[in-house]
Design a binder for this molecule. Structure first.
Ligand code: FES
Length: 87
């Protein structure tokens, strides 16, 4: 079976194609999505914080921290000034 890799997740830290993996085979294992990797990295750098949604405990709310706001603002300023794509 050919795989494209678009659905890659980490199973106990090892990449697998989730579309070719049976749910019964991953019971009791740790799954990390690319979104999880990005969120955890931003959290560990103090750029975002997450909390439970008071209306739906299944959801998490994610907000920028003050440090995250400053960096995002600087990135937007850089983008607006055209420096990002300058030759
Ligand atoms: S390998 Fe392509 S979607 Fe899973």
């Amino acid at each position: 079976m050919e795989v494209c890799g678009a659905c890659t997740v980490l199973l106990d830290g090892e990449p697998i194609s989730s579309c070719t993996t049976l749910a019964v085979d991953i019971d009791q294992h740790e799954i990390t999505t690319i979104e999880g990797v990005v969120i955890n990295r931003l959290k560990s750098r103090g750029l975002i914080k997450s909390s439970k949604d008071p209306l739906d405990p299944r959801r998490r709310e994610i907000d920028l921290t003050e440090k995250g706001r400053r960096i995002a603002g600087a990135a937007i300023e850089t983008e607006i000034s055209g420096e990002t794509f300058a030759p």
